[in-house]
Every structure is written in C-alpha cells, then in structure tokens.
Write a protein that binds this ligand. Structure first.
Ligand code: ZN
Length: 505
C-alpha cells in the first residue's frame, strides 16, 4: 500500500483507537468499582453499587456495538491487509473486529438481563451454600442456564453449544480439543490420587500463624518475584483475585486464616496473574490487546509461580529457613522434607480451592462433564446434585457429605460462568510446558531459585509471554511460546516425578 493511501487511513485509525481506548477506560472504571466493592465498601453500598455497575455495563455495551466501529473497521480493511500479520495494528484490527462482531450478536436486553439475573442468583447462591440448601438455589440456576442457552443461540449455527461458552474464555478453542486433553488426564489423575492419597493431618500446618506475619511473608514473596509497590497493591478480600486498573496499577487481593499457610500460595498465585498484566507491551496500553491472551494462559502464569516455582524443592531450600524463623514455635522442629510433603501430598479433597496439585484436576474434570450435560439438556438442574455426588465419588474415591461441600461450593455457575472451569486445568497443564521452555533457555533457573533470585525467569516470561498481551489467539500464543499445542504429558511427568521420588527425610 502506498504512502498516500496509508495517510488517508490515518484519521480512521486514530478514531478507532480513540473509541477502543474509551471502552478500555470504561472497563477499567468498572474494575475500580468492583475492587472497591470487595475491598472497602460498607454493606450499605451494595444497592447503589449494583445500579452503577449495571449502568456502566449498558454504556460499555453501547460503545462496543456502535455502528461506527463497524464502519471504521470496514474502512481500515485494506490498511490491515497491507500490514505484517504480527504488527500491533494488524493484531488490533483483527481482535477489534472479532470483539465487535461477537458483541453485536448479543441483544442489549439479553446482555443486561444476564447481568441482573446473575447478580441476584449470586446472592441466592451465597445463602443456599451457607445453609447447604440446593432446593432454594435450583430455580435461580435454571434461570441462569436458560439465559446462557439464549446467549448460545445468538451464535448459531455452531457445532457444539459448549464451543460458544468456551469461546468467551478461550477464543477459538473447541470443546473437542479440551475433551482430548482431559481424556488423557483422567485415568492418570484418578490413578495417581488412588495410589498416593493420604489422610495424614500434618498438625504443624494448622498454626496458629499470625496474620501480621503472613502479610509480611506475602509481601516479601511478591517483591522477590519482581513486583514493585509503586505499581502494585495487596489487599484482603473473601475471594482472592487480581484486577488491572492500568498498565502501572495492578491490584492483588488475598485472604488470611490463622489456621493455615494458604495465603503464601495465594499471594504467589495472584502475583503471577499480576506480573502477566504488568508485562504487556506498553505499546498496547489502552487497547483491547492490553491484557492476557485467554483465561488458560492467565492461569498458566498464576500456576507457574504458585506451583511450579512455589512448591518446588529449590524454592523451599531458599524460603523454608525464612518461614521457620517467622514461626519458630510451629515449624522450628519440622524438617523441610516434612513441610514439603505436607504441601505436595495428594489428598481426597472435597473442595476445589483447597485441593492439592494432583487431585485439583479431578475437580475440573467433574465440572467440565456436568457443564456439558447441563448445556446439552442431557442433565436437568434437578438431577444435578445426585449426578455430582455419584461422579465425584467415582473420580476421587470419597463420598460427598452435603451440597455445601459438593455442588454448591463454587460461585461460577450462579454467575453464569459456564465454560470457565476447564481453563483452570488447561492453564495448570500449560504452566509446566512453559516452565520447561523457560528452563531450556536458562539452564540454571533451579540454582537461581534456590538463591531466591527470580529475575531471569521473570524477564524470560515477560519477553516471551507477557509482552504479547492479547495480540494473538490463545492457540497462536501457545504455539509461539512452547512450539506446539497444549500437551498434557509434561504435566503428568511433572506430577509423577514429584510423587514418585520420595524426598530425603
Ligand atoms: Zn487464578
């Protein structure tokens, strides 16, 4: 394309970027509202905050589906075709086109109804879970599924209704691919849990661990991984998460309990999400590309820091003396080997968020199966608790005592997030693939971690994963980073390696 014609495109490109920048600003404004709601807001603010979020969602939806965006994208087609496919502008135009077409498929009324009903359904779930009362939640879940099915119909024709739901979290990925990966994992994970699960109590893991000390440890780890407090914050919420306000404003949240040390792992997990967002190329700021490529890629980064690094032997060689010094009464006499067994041991866990590295996958396999059955209509909401309990026992080898610890344990379905769960396990699998690439490029990573040095790993991830942001599809991103598709074998080898070789006593 010649210079004159490129010049002619400049006003359209500038207008498009300005419009997309405003949508990005509005989205992050919504993030501030949600963050404040969970960190600081007094309960009395709930009603007005819900209204504010609903209004904001309507404004954002109107911006995202504006006819003018489509006109600009059409006008810029020849320009897009003239660019190298991996240039920022070419990627921006491709992703903006995709986002616009998707948003246009969903009528505003349906989008608004989904926001409203899922907010109410979430409230109903909170009470139902507390009281272990599935019956009171059932009509809400039926309504949410009904709305999600109407959402799916907006994308007809499709091969599989689940593809539509998955696509919101893993753009372009098909359910069949997830099935293929999970079919390899299932027999292996079932057998690893059946062989290695133990019910040892590890009393020394029950504290009490002062919250002040846990906060200091969390902050120390986040700093060691490379985050700086002029651009990060760590606060406390009921459910931990990471949220981005800007490329230089990353918010992490965590939770503490005096009875365990889970906060240490939560801090590393959320820090992994934060480092990903923080490392996106500054050239992508204020565009829809300034975020992670997908939910699974995001989770690959939180899991890499939390598990692959944060539960490894080199890591605890470095950090265990520090932990013992912080809690001399509780851990002074406990060997590092005993501590590491306690944090690595498979258990027949009932609750996903408390699960160890090995049994975690079984929790996801169960949810993925049930979601597909609900969406296809093969399973009714009424039959759900029984289906959950039966299948859970087959996979984990333990009976579910009640719905609070069973089908009611997660908030996702109440919020209409069907298709999200598989990304947790895909990310966990990917974490090991990405780690192996990082280690191949930096053969002394283990020794560095043993010295508490994370700079090289952080920089490798920044250069090879984080900086790409959302420029490429998840499949293209994975291909660029690991040189092939998602592969469950490295993850299985990693688990077998951990469980098969006993640590020295
Ligand atoms: Zn996560």
């Amino acid at each position: 394309m010649d210079v004159t014609r490129v010049r002619a495109m400049e006003p359209a490109l500038a207008e498009l970027k300005d419009r997309l920048g405003r949508v990005a600003d509005l989205r992050r404004t919504g993030n501030v509202l949600v963050w404040d709601m969970t960190v600081f807001m007094p309960p009395g603010g709930a009603e007005s905050r819900a209204k504010q979020l609903e209004t904001l969602e309507q404004v954002i939806h109107a911006h995202e589906t504006d006819d003018r965006l489509g006109e600009l994208l059409d006008a810029l087609e020849p320009y897009a075709a003239s660019l190298p496919v991996d240039s920022d502008d070419a990627c921006l135009l491709r992703v903006a086109r995709r986002d616009w077409s998707k948003a246009r498929r969903v009528p505003t009324e349906l989008a608004t109804e989904l926001v409203l009903v899922t907010a109410q359904s979430y409230e109903a779930w909170v009470t139902a879970r507390e009281e272990s009362d599935f019956a009171s939640f059932r009509p809400w879940l039926e309504r949410v599924i009904d709305l999600r099915l109407r959402y799916v119909e907006c994308f007809a024709p499709y091969d599989d209704p689940y593809d539509v739901l998955l696509d919101d979290y893993e753009p372009g990925m098909k359910t069949d691919e997830v099935r293929r990966v999970f079919a390899v994992l299932e027999p292996e994970l079932v057998s690893l849990v059946a062989t290695h699960a133990s019910d040892e109590k590890d009393e020394f893991m029950r504290g009490p661990f002062s919250i002040e000390s846990q906060t200091a440890l969390s902050r120390e780890l986040i700093e060691a991984f490379g985050a700086t407090w002029d651009q990060f914050r760590l606060d406390t919420t009921v459910h931990p998460y990471e949220v981005t306000f800007g490329l230089h404003d990353i918010r992490l949240t965590t939770r503490y309990s005096e009875d365990d040390l889970l906060s240490v792992f939560t801090a590393m997990h959320e820090c992994g999400h934060g480092l990903y967002e923080w490392g996106v190329s500054p050239s992508l700021e204020r565009t829809p590309l300034c975020t992670g490529a997908s939910a699974a890629l995001h989770e690959s980064q939180s899991r890499l820091w939390e598990n692959v690094v944060g539960r490894s032997e080199p890591f605890w060689c470095w950090f265990y003396p520090r932990l013992q010094k912080t809690f001399p009464e509780q851990l002074g006499d406990v060997s590092r080997a005993s501590f590491q067994r306690a944090i690595s041991r498979p258990r027949r866990s009932l609750v996903r968020v408390d699960a160890d590295e090995t049994s975690y996958g079984l929790h996801i396999l169960l949810r993925f199966e049930l979601e597909q059955e609900l969406v296809s209509g093969r399973l009714s909401v009424k039959e759900l608790p029984e289906a959950w309990n039966t299948r859970f026992e087959e996979l984990m080898g333990v009976a579910v005592p009640d719905d609070r610890l069973g089908v009611l344990q997660d908030a996702h379905w109440s919020g209409g997030s069907f298709g999200y769960f598989p990304t947790y396990l895909l990310g966990t699998v990917l974490a090991v693939q990405i780690w192996e690439k990082a280690r191949a490029a930096n053969p002394t990573l283990d020794e560095q971690i043993e010295r508490g040095e994370f700079q090289e790993l952080h920089m490798w991830l920044r250069e090879n994963v984080y900086s790409l942001g959302r420029k490429f599809t998840p499949a293209e991103t994975v291909e660029r980073v690991v040189g092939g598709p998602i592969d469950p074998q490295p993850y299985l080898a990693y688990l077998r390696g951990k469980l098969g070789t006993p640590l020295p006593a």
